[in-house]
Design a protein around this ligand. Structure first.
Ligand code: HEM
Length: 486
């Protein structure tokens, strides 16, 4: 053995001995994960962390040690413990520092409970369903959905149109009347394109794991290593200018932050930019994966059932009277959660932490990834039978099922549904996102049938990791819209 190999072996042994999980060797998982996080990091850097962890769950079950100090869980009970215990669950890890805006902590990047609760109190009411369903927001969303529907009929419009729709809807909610119109205005479209499908994954991970190496390599990264930094000058200046504008509509987040919060101008801009970014790729991708799935020949029956429901209802039928639309949206978010990746938290100090019957030492990084919670079958410790089958009917009462049986089954599925996270730190934009998705699907499937475009290649619609969200691996989703007879 060369001295280098001996040193390496000693270093690995030391890591193993120092691992806070040493006494928990019963944790399932690959042997190398007890010794090193290098394999996990390799998958992070190659944008395959989510599928890698999912493959470990398929092999080892709902509890897997993925690094010396990190354990992944996939059961509904574990998700409840990590994200809901004592209201908002365990504290976030420093991994969220990657998302600081203008070097400020926003609600999303606060780590501890009390800091988070303070910030959330300032703005939560703008995201309540009652505010979203009010005239200003709903009318604006419907109007943008109509514009989208008209563009589908014109054909030939390509380039992240769903993300443009999501961008215009979220800026409506944040800034109206200073919102964007990227569906039809090329200048606003440029801002959207700068923010969406971010390609700075490797650069930002390096800055997180090794700030020194990141600084040393800085000048070579873009030219030689092709590691792009995240640069969004158009979006920055749009938000900085808009956040300073007076007279935002009362339903907007900006109005709330100007009128009833102690935040200064930069913090208002940072919070707004964070919500803007959080509302583009997520809703855009969720719609994109769902429309793609509904367009596939294997889903023809589901598309037709959706069209039948929407076309037989009047245009202003409330969403709660469109059960199939709801089922299709839930199933899309279950199969293709727009944030599929681990949401890391620290096992808390001051108490014994037991998750899925395993005793977890304080300071261990624990997480669930929505993809695995939603796509692990009951035989592997998950919730959903036939988890890889797109089947909206699972969200509806089946023939021969009593109402009480259905309600119990439904409660079980909702416990294992994690597309919007869970607990007090779950997605604040959930009602806005659902309203956007439903308005757009109603517009599309009342007027059109959708088919996959022949130019799409196998593998292009696989989910590829960004920092926390995902995007289609081919970075495009081409669908044909054919007008239905009136
Ligand atoms: C289908 C669309 C969406 C999905 C799947 C989604 C998913 C999520 C998830 C999983 C989280 C939890 C993240 C964590 O624990 O680290 C989250 C948090 C958050 N989301 Fe969404 N989101 C969507 C749309 C939106 C929209 C439209 C907005 C804003 C306008 C938004 C704003 C936020 C914010 C501000 C947080 C942080 C909440 C907190 O820390 O209290 N999201 N989202």
């Amino acid at each position: 053995m060369t001295p280098l190999l001996v040193l390496l072996a000693l270093a690995l042994l030391l890591i193993y001995l120092l691992s806070p999980l040493l006494s928990r060797d019963t944790l399932p998982g690959p042997l190398y994960a007890r010794l090193t996080s290098l394999i996990l990091k390799y998958h992070e850097f190659t944008a395959t962390r989510t599928t890698y962890i999912h493959s470990l769950h398929l092999r080892y079950g709902p509890v897997v040690r993925i690094a010396p100090n990190e354990v992944a869980f996939a059961s509904a009970a574990a998700a409840k413990e990590i994200y809901c215990s004592n209201g908002s669950g365990y504290d976030k890890t420093e991994w969220y520092d990657l998302f600081k805006v203008y070097d400020r902590r926003t609600m999303f990047t606060t780590l501890g409970k009390s800091e988070h609760a303070k910030r959330k109190r300032l703005l939560a009411d703008r995201y309540a369903n009652s505010n979203i369903m009010k005239g200003g927001v709903m009318e604006g969303i419907k109007q943008r959905a109509r514009t989208f529907g008209e563009l589908c009929g014109q054909g030939g419009k390509e380039g992240k149109v769903l993300h443009a729709y999501a961008f215009d809807c979220v800026t409506l909610h944040l800034f109206h009347p200073h919102s964007t119109n990227s569906l039809t205005d090329p200048k606003d479209s440029e801002i959207m394109l700068e923010v969406t499908f971010d390609s700075s994954l490797q650069n930002r991970l390096l800055s997180h794991y090794s700030p020194l190496l990141h600084r040393l390599l800085n000048t070579f990264m873009v030219s030689i290593l092709s590691l792009k930094p995240r640069e969004t000058p158009l979006a920055d200046s749009f938000v900085l200018n808009t956040a300073a504008q007076p007279h935002a509509s009362p339903f907007t987040l900006l109005h709330r932050l100007h009128s009833q919060s102690p935040l200064g101008q930069i913090d208002i801009a940072a919070e707004s930019l964070d919500h803007m970014a959080a509302g583009i790729d997520t809703t855009g991708d969720a719609l994109c994966f769902l429309i793609w799935e509904l367009s596939r020949p294997s889903s023809l029956i589901y598309q037709q059932t959706l069209q039948a429901e929407l076309r037989s209802a009047s245009p202003d039928t409330p969403f709660d009277q469109l059960p199939y639309l709801d089922a299709a949206v839930m199933e899309g978010l279950r199969m293709f959660p727009a944030i599929p990746m681990s949401l890391p938290r620290y096992a808390p100090p001051g108490r014994t932490t037991i998750i899925d019957s395993y005793k977890i030492p304080t300071g261990t990084i624990v997480s669930c990834q929505p993809l695995s919670v939603q796509r692990l079958g009951p035989e592997k410790g998950g919730t959903f039978p036939e988890p890889d089958r797109f089947w909206p009917e699972r969200w509806l009462k089946s023939e021969g099922e009593t109402q009480a049986e259905f309600e119990e089954r439904d409660r079980g599925m909702k416990r294992g549904f994690m597309a919007f996270g869970m607990g007090g730190r779950g997605c604040i934009g959930k009602h806005l996102a659902l309203a956007e998705m439903k308005c757009l699907l109603r517009e599309v499937y009342t007027r059109y049938r959708t088919l996959p475009d022949e130019r799409m290649r196998a593998g292009e619609m696989e989910q590829a990791d960004l920092l926390v969200s995902s995007r289609p691996a081919g970075q495009r989703c081409l669908v044909r819209f054919e007008r239905l007879e009136a």
